[in-house]
Design a protein around this ligand. Structure first.
Ligand code: MG
Length: 159
């Protein structure tokens, strides 16, 4: 019988002027971008932590610490591919993953297909195993005030 493992994760970063807004490896048009050591792609960060969590491999900060200059301004899509290599090395395969972005603007709908394609490529899986969705908070909280954005993710592994 298959061994199934689930992992969940959350990430949030501050929105600031003068930074690109990168989500799922797509650079979106926005006067505010996510601040962080890497490109601060919350979709990739949450997916990395969900995958590592499902595999029991600690967390993103353990494998890609912000104290390490190697990861400065790195592409989080590349970090996702590296994290997946760690998980796959333990013989896990991906059943599916789902990332849920909380962002006031811009709208993600026009970019979701490209985000899914980027994530599926990083994970070496079929497109239908990756889901990326989004909501606003109707103006409430830090997302609503455009102070930051967050992403929740869940991943299911099988071996
Ligand atoms: Mg992060």
């Amino acid at each position: 019988m298959d061994d199934l493992r689930v992992g969940t994760a959350f990430d949030a970063h501050r929105l600031v002027p003068g930074r690109p807004l990168v989500l799922g490896g797509v650079v979106l048009e926005s006067e505010l971008g996510l601040d962080g050591h890497s490109d601060a792609d919350i979709v990739c960060h949450a997916l990395i932590d969900a995958l590592l969590g499902a595999a029991g491999l600690d967390d993103i900060g353990t494998h890609f610490p912000s104290s390490d200059p190697r990861w400065k301004d790195s592409s989080s899509l590349d970090l996702l591919a590296r994290a997946w290599a760690l998980v796959a090395a333990e013989e896990w395969s991906l059943v599916n993953c789902d990332a849920f972005v909380v962002l006031q603007e811009p709208k993600l709908a026009p970019h979701r297909a490209q985000m899914r394609a980027n994530v599926a490529r990083a994970l070496g899986c079929a497109l239908d195993r990756v889901s990326i969705r989004a909501t606003t908070t109707d103006g409430l909280g830090f997302a609503g005030r455009r102070e930051g954005a967050s992403c929740q993710a869940v991943a299911l592994l099988r071996r």
